[in-house]
Design a protein around this ligand. Structure first.
Ligand SMILES: C[S@@+](CC[C@H](N)C(=O)[O-])C[C@H]1O[C@@H](n2cnc3c(N)ncnc32)[C@H](O)[C@@H]1O
Length: 217
């Protein structure tokens, strides 16, 4: 369970009362555990996946961006929620991990709506076309660079567009000033920056490891 700040029974209850993943996502989660071992923890949780699809549907998103794709679970969830001719541009540094993603995108029937760019997202995000504007983004990569990705995506984001950011509670450590490790400090700085950003309205949701939803004015 990713919501480590919740009592385990409450976390299990919450998952049991959320529409679960389909067979393709279940198989992807299983293969990711088999291939990646401990690294499989990087995959988003099933309730987050459900949330991403719903948000894409509710916002009628057409042009989405994902930073941090890994084996492709969140990308499937976003792509499934896009409008009929919607596109998702994914960014990741790993050919190896995203080769699994490509296989599962085919199985999920969403390969045709996803473009994957391999390389450092801080550089590759600048390759995005300026039209159509981005209306939905998901940031789930190296935490120390969240601020960089946020600023680049903001420059492509349409007014009213949404950025969703994963791991913003960072196991609850951001709320404890005695925690000073590099990632906690980076995540705290990112959260403070978003909360003070006059360009946006934001809400931090206790879903999985913390998911912040940010709407550009
Ligand atoms: C937490 S995982 C993403 C999990 C994914 N969203 C899912 O649903 O399975 C983080 C990913 O960010 C990628 N990453 C790390 N640093 C990066 C960078 N500088 N640019 C692009 N991707 C990066 C890693 O290769 C890894 O696949």
């Amino acid at each position: 369970m990713k919501a480590t700040y919740l009592e385990a029974a409450v976390g299990q209850y919450l998952l049991a009362h959320t529409t679960g993943p389909d067979d393709v996502l279940e198989a992807l989660a299983m293969e990711t555990r088999e291939l990646m071992g401990d690294r499989a923890i990087m995959q988003i949780a099933p309730d987050q996946g459900r949330f991403l699809t719903m948000i894409a549907q509710l916002t009628r998103a057409r042009n989405a961006v994902e930073v941090g794709t890994f084996t492709g679970y969140s990308a499937i969830c976003i792509a499934r929620g896009l409008t009929a001719r919607g596109k998702l541009n994914c960014f990741d540094i790993s050919e190896e991990w995203t080769s699994v993603a490509r296989r599962y995108w085919e199985k999920a029937g969403v390969a045709g709506r996803i473009d994957l760019r391999i390389g450092d997202a801080a550089e590759r995000l600048h390759d995005l076309p300026t039209f159509p504007a981005v209306d939905l983004a998901f940031i789930d990569a190296d935490k120390e660079n969240y601020g960089v990705y946020y600023e680049i995506i903001m420059s492509y984001l349409t007014p009213g567009g949404l950025i969703l950011v994963d791991n913003t509670l960072w196991h609850g450590k951001v709320a404890h000033p005695q925690e000073h490790d590099e990632t906690t400090t980076a995540m705290r700085a990112f959260n403070d920056m978003v909360a003070a950003d006059p360009r946006v309205t934001s809400i931090m949701l206790p879903i999985a490891d913390g998911l912040t939803m940010i709407r550009k004015h």
